[in-house]
Design a protein around this ligand. Structure first.
Ligand SMILES: C[S@@+](CC[C@H](N)C(=O)[O-])C[C@H]1O[C@@H](n2cnc3c(N)ncnc32)[C@H](O)[C@@H]1O
Length: 185
């Protein structure tokens, strides 16, 4: 069986991130990727995670504390565009677009702020670093967001970035797919 797209995203990140590096979870949600990244960078590494909903921070904090990972993670109640304020190189940035599962479906990532966050994240990526963008587009703002994000990715300078799209072509119901951007070494 082919792996699901979320597992492919993690595989791409795992192949490139080393222990002790700094990485970003741009859309914390329930903390699944935050926990994944915290394990990956190990004790000496650092994860910076963003979400605009207090509920996401509370859930993520609880999971990190339970798993004794909280010390290596900085949780920010802020829009991911604020990555532009960071002054550090990072090995990876993970985005999971859409809404927080089990919460208000009206609160979603939005095309223009997502683009600003992707731009900021690409500036921070170290050579050889990886950005993954899981595109969940089965909600009202999702179609516009996916079109905007794809157009943006298509015009990235190929001498600096390589962009791949992983998508199952025969899945129904607006199945999520993955965009992966590598900063060329
Ligand atoms: C699909 S969920 C993320 C799922 C998460 N990766 C997980 O493992 O559970 C998308 C999240 O993005 C958050 N979000 C929406 N707009 C945002 C923004 N401008 N900056 C940061 N997070 C945002 C939502 O609140 C929601 O929690």
């Amino acid at each position: 069986m082919f792996a699901n797209v979320l597992e492919i995203a993690r595989q791409l990140i795992r192949e490139r991130v080393s222990s002790g590096e700094t990485v970003i979870d741009a859309t914390m949600g329930n903390g699944n990727d935050t926990v994944f990244l915290a394990r990956l960078v190990e004790e000496e590494g650092k994860v910076i995670a963003y979400d605009i909903q207090e509920q996401a921070l509370a859930k993520t904090r609880e999971r990190l504390v339970q798993q004794e990972l909280a010390e290596r993670v900085e949780l920010k109640l802020a829009s991911h565009e604020e990555m532009a304020l960071l002054d550090t190189q990072v090995a990876a940035v993970m985005f999971n677009l859409g809404y927080l599962p089990g919460s208000d479906k009206q609160v979603t990532t939005m095309a223009q702020s997502t683009i600003r966050a992707i731009q900021a994240g690409l500036e921070l990526l170290r050579p050889g670093g990886m950005m993954t963008i899981m595109v969940y587009w089965g909600h009202p703002a999702g179609v516009q967001e996916k079109e905007t994000v794809e157009s943006f990715c298509q015009q990235l300078d190929q001498t600096k970035y390589l962009v791949l799209k992983y998508q199952y072509l025969n899945q129904k119901n607006s199945a999520p797919y993955l965009l992966a951007i590598e900063r060329r070494a």
